[in-house]
Design a protein around this ligand. Structure first.
Ligand SMILES: C[S@@+](CC[C@H](N)C(=O)[O-])C[C@H]1O[C@@H](n2cnc3c(N)ncnc32)[C@H](O)[C@@H]1O
Length: 254
């Protein structure tokens, strides 16, 4: 059965750092809810459809297989969750989690529109990647596409991923690659300023997509991602460049 569950974000009284984090999270939640109606369309236009290939690679790297119980964190409108659904089949279970209800509503309507038999293994959960509503060692695999860059506390998110994964299982985390060389970073910056933002402006979303550049600048390099995964407890972590180095995928094994 499919359901969109509610999950609350109750602030702890008198804890100012946590309150700040909740405000910053709320801003991002509002941003992703605003772009939800055009998000899928823009992904196709801006990546020339390539994001579909990168997402398939991320799912393959997760090690999900027939019968697996898997989680797609920061699932948005569900691209990775739908791929996982086909991978794990009717014996498996897929949960897509996101804190934007608007994104989940689109995921649910896509699920209903494409009546593939396996899609009945999919559930959508409204929740926070920093405080997962699942018990320890629950999942056989976890994916996260373009989510980690957007969470306020990346280390805490990795700790949560580690906690809910079964020992020996993998997390596959796809995102923009924060380039370590100046040329790579300036090509990426140029593309955002001259292609991404002007195209998004056509949808009335230039401000929302300007955030992309600062979020990549504030993100972690491949090496730093490997480092926080190991610090969070993973036994191994490897970051792969994807899409000519514009994207990257961290594979971490618990
Ligand atoms: C760029 S979208 C990616 C969506 C989808 N995974 C994809 O690859 O197309 C990032 C998603 O992360 C979600 N998100 C950001 N921070 C989150 C958090 N702390 N908890 C849950 N979802 C979060 C946003 O609501 C948004 O849907």
């Amino acid at each position: 059965m499919t359901s969109v569950l509610q999950f609350s974000f109750a602030p702890v009284a008198g804890h100012s750092r946590r309150r700040q984090r909740i405000h910053a999270s709320a801003d991002r939640q509002a941003l992703f809810s605003r772009i939800a109606p055009v998000y899928d369309n823009l992904n196709d236009v801006l990546s020339l459809g390539q994001h579909r290939i990168w997402k398939r690679m991320a799912v393959d790297w997760s090690g999900a297989k027939q019968g697996s119980k898997v989680l797609d964190l920061c699932c948005g409108s569900g691209d990775l969750a739908f791929l996982l659904s086909q991978k794990v089949g009717l014996d498996g279970q897929v949960i897509g989690l996101d804190f934007s209800r608007e994104q989940l509503v689109i995921a649910l309507s896509r699920q209903k529109a494409h009546s593939k038999a396996c899609y009945c293994n999919l559930k959508w959960v409204e929740g926070d990647a920093l405080d997962l509503p699942f018990s320890d060692s629950y999942f056989d695999a976890i994916t996260m596409g373009y989510g980690l860059r957007n969470v306020i506390d990346k280390y805490k998110a990795m700790k949560e991923v580690y906690r809910v994964l079964k020992p020996g299982s993998k997390a596959s985390i796809l995102d923009f690659n924060k380039s370590t060389d100046e040329l790579g970073a300036s090509i990426q910056g140029w593309m955002i300023d001259n292609i991404v933002v002007p195209v998004a402006a056509g949808y009335g979303l230039s401000k929302e997509y300007q955030y992309l550049k600062s979020s990549i600048q504030g993100f972690l390099t491949g090496q730093e991602l490997e480092h926080i995964a190991l610090k969070a407890g993973f036994s191994s972590a490897k970051h792969y460049k994807v899409g000519g180095g514009l994207m990257g995928n961290l594979v971490a094994t618990r």
